[in-house]
Each structure stands twice: as C-alpha cells, then as structure tokens.
Design a protein around this ligand. Structure first.
Ligand code: PRT
Ligand code: MG
Length: 214
C-alpha cells in the first residue's frame, strides 16, 4: 500500500490534477465525506487527510510514504527524514511582515525599537528579524494573526498573503517580503528505497505534469 498525506482545501484541490496525471483518482472528496482515509481508483494507493502543519510529521515517521506540504510548513518542521524531490508550484503565496495601516514600521526599525511580532511562523520570523538585527518578542499564535495588531497584542505579524484581501479587510498593510512560498512533494526516505518501484513513477508523473503547467 502507498499512503499519500494531504491537507483539505487548497492543497487537496491543487494536487488533484497532479494525481490524475499519475493515474490516481480519489473515490471521494474529503470536504463532503468527512473520512480521514480516502481510497482511490488504485487498490494500492490511499490518501490520508491531516492538518497542513502535520503532513511532514506523518511522512517523517513513515505513517505516510508521500505528502504535499507548503514550504512555510516544511521550514518550521525542519525537514528531518524527508526527501523533497519536487517543487509542485501549487498553493503559492508570500510570507510577509504586515502592520496596521499608519504604523511607522520603518521608523520603528530605524529607531531600534523592540517590536512585538505575532505569528504562527516563529522559526522564520526569528531568522528574518535576527538577519536584520531587529530585536523582537515573538508571540506564537495558531491562526487569525491579522487580529493581533488591531487589538494591541502585537506591533506586526508575520503571515502568508496571497490575494492581499485579508490584510485589506482588516486595515493592515504588508511592509516586508520574507520569501515566496509554494508546496513541495515530500517523500519518506526509507519508503523511497523500499517502494522505489511505485514511488519513482509517481515522482516522474508529477514532474512532467508540473513542467507542463509551468
Ligand atoms: O487551516 P489550518 O490551520 O489547518 O492550516 P493552514 O492554514 O496552514 O492550512 P491551509 O490549507 O489553509 O493552507 C495550506 C498551505 O497553503 C499553507 O501551508 C501555505 O503553504 C499555502 N497557502 C497559500 C496559504 C495561502 N496561500 C493563504 N493565503 N495558506 C494560508 N493562507 C491564508 C493566510 O494565512 C491568510 O490568513 O489566507 C489568508 C490570506 O489570504 P489572502 O488571499 O486574503 O491574501
Ligand atoms: Mg487555513
């Protein structure tokens, strides 16, 4: 059995065409079925549905042979035990620093002020501000980061931005770009050796499907 870990929502939706290119079609949609293990048209392939930030963990420990995870999630996880053969160019967005409209971020940085930063991405935020030589207090949040500056929890947030409409709706503006993010195919290193005959063709099919889209 080959087990592929995916998260619901954009990653599942954007991985579907790549799976189809490898001849794999799920028998159900995770949103409607509520099942966490989903069969496919192939008896030897199944999908498991986990939280986006848990995908690397399932693959690292071999509970899934493969998975699809955002670069944001992979950097926070650290990538240990994972082979990352392919950037799938899906679920693209940018990791940004954002503040409430009108907050003088550049001024605060120039004055050497200590900034309070709310984020789910503490590793990447720590690294970003350390490289700039800005002193920060990091406040770990698990979601709705956009709220933090509005209620005085933080001066700034580090969060993912795609269309920018969430920032706009909450009177925030992006002030710094940290990195571009897309999702990658990840493979358990031991599984790659043991099940190479089934995993390599899948990597090859994904690779040519990504090439065609680009
Ligand atoms: O939702 P859950 O807490 O389970 O986890 P998650 O939010 O990490 O999962 P999910 O499925 O929302 O995102 C999975 C992956 O998609 C992330 O790890 C990213 O690599 C990628 N991705 C791409 C995004 C976005 N675009 C994105 N826009 N992940 C989240 N967002 C959020 C962002 O955090 C912000 O709240 O969408 C909001 C901003 O969107 P815009 O379009 O208004 O700018
Ligand atoms: Mg989400």
């Amino acid at each position: 059995m080959l087990t592929i870990a995916l998260s619901k929502g954009r990653i599942f939706e954007e991985t579907l065409p790549l799976l189809a290119a490898a001849g794999i079609v799920p028998t159900e949609a995770p949103e409607s079925s509520r099942k966490l293990i989903i069969g496919t048209n192939r008896d030897d392939v199944r999908l498991i549905i986990v939280r986006a930030s848990d995908v690397p963990t399932y693959v690292q420990y071999g509970a899934a042979d493969l998975g699809v995870a955002g670069r944001d999630v992979l950097i926070e996880h650290g990538g240990s035990g994972l082979y990352q053969p392919l950037d799938l160019q899906i679920a693209r967005c940018r990791l940004m620093v954002a503040v409430q409209r009108g907050f003088d971020y550049e001024g605060a940085v120039k004055q050497g002020a200590r900034l309070r930063i709310a984020t789910k991405y503490t590793e990447q935020a720590r690294e970003h501000f350390a490289a700039k030589g800005v002193h920060v207090d990091l406040i770990k949040l698990y979601g709705s980061m956009e709220l933090a500056p509005l209620v005085g929890l933080a001066d700034a947030i580090v969060d993912l931005v795609s269309t920018g409409s969430t920032l706009k709706a909450n009177n925030l503006e992006a002030v710094e770009h940290i990195r571009d993010i897309s999702s990658r195919l990840i493979v358990n290193q031991a599984a790659l050796k043991l099940k190479e005959d089934r995993i390599q063709p899948l990597i090859d099919a994904f690779t040519s499907a990504v090439g065609q889209e680009a």
